[in-house]
Design a protein around this ligand. Sequence first.
Ligand code: GLU
Length: 331
Amino acid sequence: MKKIISTISGALFLFAISLPISIAKSAEFFSIGTGGPTGVYFQVGNAICKMVAKIQSAEHGRKKGTAKALRCSAPSTGGSTYNIGQIMQGELQFGVAQSDWQYHAYNGTRPDKVKPFNGLRAVFSAHPEPFQIITRKGSKIKDWNSLKGKKVNIGNPGSGQRGTFEVLMEAHGVDTGYFGSTSELTSSEQSGALCDKKIDAFGYTVGVPNAGVAQSTDGCGASIINLDTDAVKKLVADNPFYAFATIPKGTYKTSKKDVTTFGVMASVVTSEAVPEDLVYAVVKAVFENLDDFKKQHPAFANLNPKKMIVDGLSAPLHPGAVKYYKEKGLM
Ligand code: GLU
């Protein structure tokens, strides 16, 4: 009896120690940092995971047991600068980030806003993201100057729009004291706060159209102001990662005219420490399923492979991505 018990416990012990090892051998887990749950980054990250799962099940069917299974997750996060910081720490393997913060992280040019990280690597860029100031109906805000004295949400720390809003304030020679009060609500809180009249305006760098913006434009009559001051013109002229952007009339219920503002590109970034075969597999999944990707969100409709490997990328491309782009003749 004793022998049986010790044989069973020995077998259980062996099972217990072999389990994590066999899981570790057969699957590789990785995460893509996104943004708020109502943003477009969340759609980018989850679209990538879907494409990885799709290519994985096809490849696994072909060579059962040999390929390592990739397990991808794309959690909601604080946004661009948070993602870059977590990639630097090795907590995230990939992240979506605005092209301005990718530039500053890689070059170490705004250490006050994003941690310098020259190990940052570009993978590809996705959709354009205009910086938008959305104003409450009845707030009487028509342009940058009339934001003076108003209640403004400048975004949560860690988000791309927070940094870009601060850059915009600097460009106009003002600080938060210019406004009546400022708040740090997240992107999923700001539209509700605007409709509830807790704030008069919020700044958001996001792909178009966006469900969060629609909540305030279509939901409570908010509108997006033009941002084409001399200070904005100078920002665009002086920085390679900014460009003028148009939000076409008709985008939201209150979009009666085209809106002119400036914007960035959303880009997918990683670290030089992330293995080449993982980056290769992710890039392959995306570029071989680009039609699926385009269908996930209207902001992805114009994705063009040739532009995706150049536009908005200031950190060097990761070698795993370069390998795929060269194989496919894109480079
Ligand atoms: N651009 C925003 C940021 O960097 C996120 C936009 C989104 O979630 O789509 O925080």
